[in-house]
Design a protein around this ligand. Structure first.
Ligand code: F6R
Length: 593
């Protein structure tokens, strides 16, 4: 949430490097953006409301001064928290004397109190943000020198932050973090700092991760400081194996459809894990006394699917909670418990908080994540990387199915049938490969045309497919903006069926198992009240008004059934002229609570 990026090195087009890099982080926030760059010993700031992706650098560089020689620059693409979407609230923010510029990702919880004290001292504020308080505090302690002034200011903050600071008097780029991600890219005679790797992937693959309560000071080298002990620390350089293409759209019009298409490969890649490591983790799950799956949003739905998978395949009770709800359930956690955190980014604040709560009680943590080196990866006792490659569309698709595949594999492992699980998933992966073809997409496009103007639609499922009904609804909501809700089929008659009227589109996710007859009966109840039934099922049924064929996939049916819904959601978004990659009000990687 919010993309931040900085450059310091020997290239003289620092402002351009930062603006181009920020465009690659736009998925993290896209309501406004800005850049601060140092030229002629002066810090200059430019900011705008709107998407940075729409900014034409070459047309504006001279007018805005970006063509001036500049070897130090910081930038920010915003997802608003404190204060509306205005130029004044966009980052960077300057100190009152305009000598310091700062960008920030996170939330400062005590900013009102700090602001009040600064106002009493005569500081005037130009924005409604919490960030401006940090810039003014650094000015307040400027006599200590820039580095010590920043440390002093940071010691007064409550909340989460990743900040980047430059000043007109020092040739330094300074960054610090507590709770929000920051990664340092080390090139030849140059450094980059970003909230995510794609910003600098074209320049370097060598990265160093900043941990909580650490600062990095960059002159011509990077010096890391532990803010708790005020001691220098050494960092290991990690080489990233992502290629630049995997972080670009290529021939696809949007990242979302590119990432949906990648599911041809991502599921088999996800399950290609070291069997010994999987069995070690299986043992932890089997030995744990109380296991909780924790995730947010789509990852939370994957967790719920996990509970069903463990119950069905391994006869194992595994609890599920949303990250934000877990602190209210922590009373049951002990040092014998195991937390399985599911996350694409590995940076979701609510999931991280849940992990912190569980760790305090001595529980072990397994993370199932996509982004290697993310905070979750580093604070967990064990991690499984789903290896889906960069997921940039806000709506999760390929990470979702890869996470589902890992949970299915673990459930089979717990049942002592790891190979059976592997075969099932490889079979599903090959079926998905067959499904993802232009004819299938055209069939879904025809359906999207039919239903695109409806105001509401519903999705039902039962058993393994109930969590997928919830996930289908999220997918439809977030990119099409059509009101969509998911229900357990059996719950309809207890209330929601009142919502059905003539022609209401209702998607029915059918698994070919013991739930099949009942979910078909539930669909009949909807049809009798005028609903338009869209069946996602291996077999056609006379009750379906529109049939979306999916291959019979046994316990992998939730993975296979969600794929046509992802395509449908994408097509609805495009038909309704929404940008599926950057849905309104949302951002990828929710690093605020
Ligand atoms: C929806 C979506 C979100 C994320 C949620 C958790 O398509 O992507 O609901 O699933 O914000 O994010 P991660 O998986 O990064 O923890």
């Amino acid at each position: 949430m919010c993309g931040i990026f900085a450059y310091k090195g020997n290239k003289t087009n620092g402002a351009e490097i930062v603006i181009n890099g920020l465009k690659k982080l736009e998925y993290r926030g896209y309501d406004s953006w800005g850049v601060a760059y140092k030229c002629d010993n002066e810090v200059k700031i430019y900011k705008e409301v709107g998407k940075i992706g729409e900014f034409d650098f070459n047309r504006s560089k001279e007018k805005l001064g970006f063509d001036k020689k500049c070897t130090l620059a910081v930038g920010h693409s915003r997802w608003a928290t404190h204060g509306g979407v205005t130029v004044a609230n966009a980052h960077p923010h300057a100190s009152q004397d305009k000598t310091i510029a700062i960008v920030h990702n996170g939330i400062i919880e005590n900013y009102l109190e700090l602001k009040e004290n600064l106002v009493k001292k005569g500081y005037e504020f130009k924005s409604e943000t919490d960030t401006e308080v940090i810039a003014q505090l650094i000015q307040e302690y400027k006599d200590l020198g820039l580095v010590e002034g920043i440390k002093k200011a940071l010691s007064m903050l409550e909340g989460r932050y990743a900040i980047l600071v430059i000043s007109d008097s020092d040739d330094l780029l300074i960054a610090a973090r507590r709770g929000s991600p920051l990664i340092v890219g080390a090139g030849k005679d140059e450094h980059f700092i970003a909230s995510d790797i794609p910003a600098f992937l074209e320049y370097t693959r060598n990265v160093m991760y900043l941990d909580d309560n650490q600062m990095v000071i960059i002159d011509n080298k990077a010096t890391f400081i532990d803010l708790e002990t005020d001691r220098e620390i050494k960092k290991r350089i990690v080489e990233i194996d992502w290629d630049t293409e995997s972080a670009e759209k290529g021939e696809f019009p949007h990242f979302m459809i590119k990432e949906i298409s990648e599911q041809k490969d991502t599921i088999s890649r996800a399950i290609n894990q070291d069997p010994e490591k999987i069995m070690e983790i299986v043992e932890e799950i089997n030995n744990a006394f109380g296991t909780y799956l924790i995730g947010c949003g789509t990852a939370g739905k994957v967790c719920l699917a996990g509970s069903y998978l463990f119950a069905r395949i391994a006869e194992k009770h595994v609890n599920t909670a949303f990250g934000s709800e877990f602190p209210s359930l922590q009373q049951f956690i002990t040092d014998k418990s195991l937390i399985i955190a599911v996350s694409q980014s590995g940076e979701t604040a609510d999931t991280l908080e849940a992990i912190e709560v569980a760790k305090k009680k001595g529980a072990k943590v397994l993370s199932i994540i996509n982004v290697e080196g993310s905070t979750m990866d580093r604070i967990s006792d064990f991690s499984i990387h789903i290896k889906a490659g960069p997921e940039k569309a806000v709506a999760s698709t390929k990470a979702t199915t890869a996470q589902m595949a890992i949970l299915t594999l673990l459930a089979y492992g717990c049942a002592g049938k790891l190979d059976e699980g592997k075969f099932l998933l490889l079979d599903a992966a090959s079926n998905i490969n067959d499904m993802l073809n232009p004819r299938y997409e055209a069939h879904l496009h025809k359906l999207a045309e039919k239903i695109k103007d409806f105001e509401s639609m519903y999705v039902i499922g039962k058993g393994l497919n109930y969590p997928m009904a919830l996930e289908a609804a999220i997918k439809l909501q977030e990119v099409s903006y059509i009101h969509a809700e998911g229900f357990a089929g059996g719950e309809l008659k207890h209330g929601p069926i009142a919502l059905i009227s003539e022609g209401t589109p209702c998607i029915v996710l059918v698994g070919k198992d013991e739930t099949e007859n009942e979910i078909i009966s539930n669909a009949m109840e909807i049809k009798s009240r005028g609903g338009y039934i869209i069946g996602v099922a291996p077999d056609n049924h006379e009750l379906f008004d529109y049939w979306i064929k999916v291959p019979e996939s046994g316990n992998a049916s939730p993975i296979v059934n969600i794929i046509p819904i992802q395509i449908l959601a994408y097509q609805l978004a495009v038909l309704r002229q929404n940008n599926p990659d950057m849905p309104r009000n949302l951002a990828k990687s929710v690093t605020v609570k």
